[in-house]
Write a protein that binds this ligand. Structure first.
Ligand code: SF4
Length: 370
């Protein structure tokens, strides 16, 4: 399948957030020139390009906004040279509040950016400090207002929930403050403790670093109620949007579309095979320096893999999944429990069902494979 989407991983961060296990490179000074040249070279070495215009380009990280306006423009230019965007393409940059200003917004827009994903996470300074975020609540609110003032009418605000109770973070107040800034889209992330992160070490030494399962459920369902009451559609397990502002890039992943990944740790998919690049920045850079494809690995999906993915991806959005009539009895207990609905031959999970997504998807996959 020709690629419909391009993802560019920009790994640089000022420091590692306490919960983060992403592929990042902590740098006080970002080597923008080196990085941009390597992206251009990766495009050449892999002979990448497409005749069919792409729907979305997404600069994720890491912190792409740390590339600086010129670095961002050069990356987008290099990608667009090989992958011409459709006239209405969605071009997103992930940004930390520290990097958002009238000047940076103007430069991003000039480069073609028309969507910004803002990493706010909380409006509680104590929680932000615990998370090792570099911004405070005022800075986050200022950045959000700057996006609206700067003419970015498609932007998303990220929040983290299920923080440890000991922090005393008021989740309902954070959701209220987010809504007051009127983002067209909101993404939620439930805190989980991943290996080798600072909070994993804190947990090892006996500190409480995660909320309880009950707190997770309570906060998740509170967000669902508050945000839908404020007019957002809860269209995917972790995402809420105004009707025309759902993430088109992520929707590509959820619908099994083909995409190209550039930069360290970036994944790509051609409809059959998933490949990923060397995860560490130094390893990725070194392979490109040797004029080699910086591939780190690949897997060709079996029919069973693809079927399992279809179920999992279908259940995570309000698009739902076609349900064979003979499977209706199997899911009736889910309907009775309020975890799903079935209408017109399609099963859709409810928010309480999304809290059980993994086990429900596994159960349905097993049923379909019999
Ligand atoms: S800014 Fe994002 S990518 Fe960077 S360390 Fe924090 S959570 Fe990870």
């Amino acid at each position: 399948m020709p690629p419909r989407h391009v993802y560019v991983h920009v790994p640089f961060c000022a420091r590692r957030c306490s919960y983060c296990d992403f592929a990042i490179a902590v740098r006080s000074r970002v080597p923008s020139d080196e990085y941009v040249q390597a992206i251009v070279r990766e495009l050449e070495l892999r002979s990448l390009g497409a005749d069919v215009p792409v729907d979305t380009i997404y600069l994720g990280g890491g912190t792409p906004s740390r590339l600086g306006p010129d670095g961002v423009a050069r990356v987008i230019h290099a990608v667009c040279d090989r992958f011409p965007p459709a006239p209405d393409a969605e071009i997103t940059i992930e940004a930390n509040p520290d990097d958002v200003s009238a000047e940076s917004i103007t430069a991003w827009r000039r480069a073609g950016v028309n969507r910004v994903s803002l990493g706010v996470q909380s409006f509680d300074d104590n929680a932000l400090e615990w998370m090792h975020r570099t911004h405070d609540a005022d800075r986050a609110a200022t950045a959000a207002r700057a996006l609206a003032d700067g003419g970015i009418d498609n932007w998303s605000l990220d929040l983290i929930f299920a923080l440890p109770a000991a922090l005393g973070r008021d989740w309902a107040r954070d959701v209220e403050r987010a809504v007051a800034l009127a983002p067209p889209h909101i993404s939620l992330y439930g805190l989980t403790v991943e290996a080798h992160t600072p909070i994993a070490h804190w947990r090892e030494r006996g500190d409480a670093v995660e909320g309880t399962e009950d707190a997770y459920e309570i906060e998740y369902l509170h967000a669902n109620r508050a945000l839908t009451a404020a007019g957002y559609t809860h269209y995917e397990v972790s995402n809420f949007g105004r009707p025309t502002r759902f993430s088109r890039h992520n929707r590509g992943y959820w619908t099994g579309a083909s995409y190209v990944g550039l930069g360290p740790a970036a994944h790509g998919f051609d409809g059959m095979t998933r490949r990923w690049n060397e995860r560490e920045y130094a390893a990725w850079l070194s392979r490109i320096g040797e004029n080699a494809d910086p591939i780190g690995g690949f897997e060709t999906l079996s029919d069973d893999n693809r079927s399992a993915e279809r179920v999992y991806l279908g259940l995570r959005t309000t698009d739902g999944l076609a349900l064979a009539p003979e499977h209706l009895e199997h899911v009736r207990p889910w309907i009775d429990a309020g975890w799903s609905t079935v209408s017109g031959g399609t099963i859709r999970l409810t928010p309480t069902g999304w809290l059980r997504l993994d086990s429900l998807a596994a159960s349905l996959t097993m049923l379909r494979s019999r």
